[in-house]
Design a protein around this ligand. Structure first.
Ligand SMILES: Nc1ncnc2c1ncn2[C@@H]1O[C@H](COP(=O)(O)OP(=O)(O)OP(=O)(O)O)[C@@H](O)[C@H]1O
Length: 446
């Protein structure tokens, strides 16, 4: 008899798949288990391997699990956006000696330090809630803008990276819009489910969901992050679901926690409008503007890199700390420090990029907005990677034509990138990929 494990897909440590070697589990959901992994071919690169359950029990289960796996791989292979977890490749286990794993789909993902649900259990709770919410909203906007609905937004599906930035993850309930709505297997988590989907109309293609379902979930999540409680009353999920139904019928009022800070009360109230037609005016574009303003526009996406080589390897707390720094508490970074002093204590700014040590790429400049060395960005995109590139162009390389570091990759940024690429002897196509990032970060004495 096999021992029961808390993992949906148990995989032994040291298991090899493609060039990857499985290390410790990072987390598990209902349908998958995610493991740390390193390349077994001597390359230093690390990743997170998400093993999706194979569902060998019944044909119906098999069909359902395949559908979930296809949704996630489809979205991740088609969408690349700064606030969505990045997928490097997919693999299939070919191992008849391990029948429980044979045929499993494995997603090779960029590795996060942890997820928001774990962070929310910390005591004291992270002070960087508003900055987190601004990034989560940015991720949601990137998703909706690309024509997808997440369908399962909740703290466990918000990942925190080592540099403190946020990525949305777990897209097995995601659905691509067909006009005004999409078809999802179900809206997964009752506490984050809008009233209209608690008893939805389901046809042979699944549940009809709209982007406003994610807006509701964002409202719940904002309340949980900022006030520490669910917005609807009840000590059990069922009680809160009943309260949501009464609220939608108009027999119960929404009473937000007094602990919810003032600028957020209206935002949460709007996200929690009881019906889809009430909620539809609050799309992610308008929501993002309001959330960034409430979070403090200049700070919302400001993410100092926390990985100078001589520091103790940060775990989840580092990601939280990075965000706490955004809230103004720079002293807290010292809690992470080894006995040795860090190479650089001054936090980087847009105007004054500083040198940091990246585990994989070595020394390079950062302006504190984003730590990527290879995330491709081009005209039409936005986010913290764009801001990082703009700051480096303007303040490290003196290309003032880039304009303000506003995080929007418009024609000015494009032309500034082309100018930089020509100067650096690179292919001058205006696209910032690995080569351009490296040249942007490796300036002067680095
Ligand atoms: N790229 C990653 N890096 C580090 N940890 C991760 C990563 N992806 C997921 N995890 C961890 O694994 C957990 C489970 O992952 P995920 O939510 O994708 O699984 P799931 O089975 O699809 O979940 P659900 O039950 O919500 O459908 C996450 O909550 C998170 O803690």
């Amino acid at each position: 008899m096999t021992a029961r494990t808390p993992y949906a897909v148990p995989v032994p440590k040291g298991y090899r798949i493609g060039p990857w070697e499985v290390r410790d589990p990072l987390g598990s959901g209902a349908f998958a288990t995610v493991y740390a992994a390193r390349r077994g071919d001597g390359q230093p690169r690390t990743a997170a391997l998400k093993f999706l359950a194979t569902g060998t029990r019944t044909p119906r289960q098999l069909h359902h699990l395949r559908d979930l796996a296809e949704r996630e791989t489809e979205l991740l292979s088609r969408l690349r956006a700064p606030r969505l977890i990045r997928m490097y490749e997919t693999l299939t286990v070919d191992d008849p000696d391990h029948p429980e794993l044979d045929g499993a789909t494995v997603l090779v993902l960029e590795r996060a330090e942890g997820s928001l649900d774990t962070a929310l259990e910390l005591d004291p709770r992270p002070t960087a809630g508003p900055a987190l919410l601004a990034q989560i909203c940015e991720g949601l906007h990137q998703l909706h803008h690309a024509g997808w609905v997440h369908g399962d937004l909740k703290p466990a599906n918000v990942l925190l990276m080592a540099d403190g930035s946020v990525r949305l993850a777990d897209f097995n309930m995601a659905a691509e819009l067909e006009g005004t709505h999409a078809y999802a297997p179900a809206f997964a988590t009752p506490d984050y489910t809008p009233p209209e989907l608690l008893w939805p109309e389901v046809d042979e293609r699944g549940t009809r969901i709209r982007p406003t379902a994610d807006i509701w979930a964002f409202g719940v999540l904002a309340h949980v992050v900022l006030a520490g409680t669910f917005p609807l009353p009840g000590s059990s999920t069922q009680a809160r679901v009943d309260a949501a139904m009464r609220y939608a019928r108009g027999t119960e009022e929404l009473r937000l926690s007094p602990g919810l800070p003032e600028p957020w009360r209206q935002i949460v109230t709007d996200c929690l409008s009881p019906t889809h037609p009430d909620r539809v005016t609050h799309d992610t574009a308008s929501l993002l503007r309001r959330v960034e303003e409430a979070a403090g526009a200049s700070r919302s996406a400001r993410l100092p890199r926390l990985r100078p080589r001589r520091w103790r390897r940060p775990v989840l707390i580092a990601a939280i700390t990075a965000l706490a720094v955004l809230g103004g508490s720079t002293a807290v970074t010292y809690a992470l420090r080894d006995s040795e002093p860090p190479t650089n204590t001054a936090p980087p700014t847009c105007e004054k990029p500083t040198i940091f040590e990246d585990e994989e790429y070595g020394r390079g400049y950062t302006a504190g907005w984003n730590g990527t060395w290879d995330f491709t960005i081009k005209q039409g995109e936005g986010g913290s990677q764009v801001r990082e590139a703009q700051c480096l162009l303007r303040h490290l390389h003196g290309i003032t034509e880039v304009g303000e570091a506003d995080g929007i990759f418009g024609p000015l940024t494009h032309d500034a990138v082309v100018k930089f690429q020509k100067r650096a002897g690179l292919k001058a196509n205006g696209v910032v990929g690995a080569g351009t990032w490296s040249a942007l970060r490796k300036a002067g004495e680095v």
